[in-house]
Design a protein around this ligand. Structure first.
Ligand SMILES: Cc1cc2nc3c(=O)[nH]c(=O)nc-3n(C[C@H](O)[C@H](O)[C@H](O)COP(=O)(O)O)c2cc1C
Length: 150
């Protein structure tokens, strides 16, 4: 799988006052009518527990300057500090945090789920989306971060 290059996103959700984010590269488009996407989330994660409760989430697409953000949202150390910096995000339609630095985002409600080994495939119905900037993408390839050139 490491030889398959992917983009990098931060999936976010909110349960009551608890805002949470997690780096996710298993993200794909599923259907145009209705507009569906999918993310694949490990069952042992805090994100899994929270999104099963909130039934809604956002997918924040990271641009080429997003490596530190990707590392942050994949590291358990973030759970000991406020995950979202004041002024660095806003609350979206679903209540999930939308990162200011995202080059684009999609917000979705949970449409269906499929248990798959130690992960769950979560299909979301898109209820809001926006392109924010034309910055190039952050790419994850063979366990490292890359950028597009040319
Ligand atoms: C580049 C990258 C991509 C990742 N993609 C996924 C993914 O698609 N699904 C997943 O469950 N975890 C993925 N992870 C791992 C989670 O981000 C990591 O386990 C996180 O700390 C779990 O968060 P939580 O338990 O606090 O919710 C990825 C990590 C990195 C660095």
């Amino acid at each position: 799988m490491g030889h398959f290059a992917s983009g990098v996103t931060v999936m976010t959700t909110a349960v009551a006052d608890r805002l949470h984010g997690m780096t996710v590269s298993a993200f794909a488009s599923v259907s145009l009518e209705p507009l569906l996407l999918l993310v694949v989330v490990e069952r042992a994660t805090l994100m899994h527990r929270l999104v099963m409760e909130s039934k809604a989430f956002a997918v924040n697409i990271l641009g080429e300057a997003g490596e530190a953000t990707s590392r942050f949202f994949a590291d358990n150390a973030r759970l000991t500090v406020p995950e979202f910096r004041e002024g660095g995000y806003r609350v979206g339609t679903t209540g999930a945090p939308i990162l200011n630095e995202a080059t684009g985002y999609l917000e979705a409600t949970v449409y269906s789920t499929l248990a798959a080994g130690d992960h769950t495939v979560i299909v979301g119905q898109v209820i809001a989306l926006e392109i924010v900037s034309e910055d190039g993408p952050l790419i994850y390839y063979r366990s490292g971060y890359r950028r597009l050139h040319g």
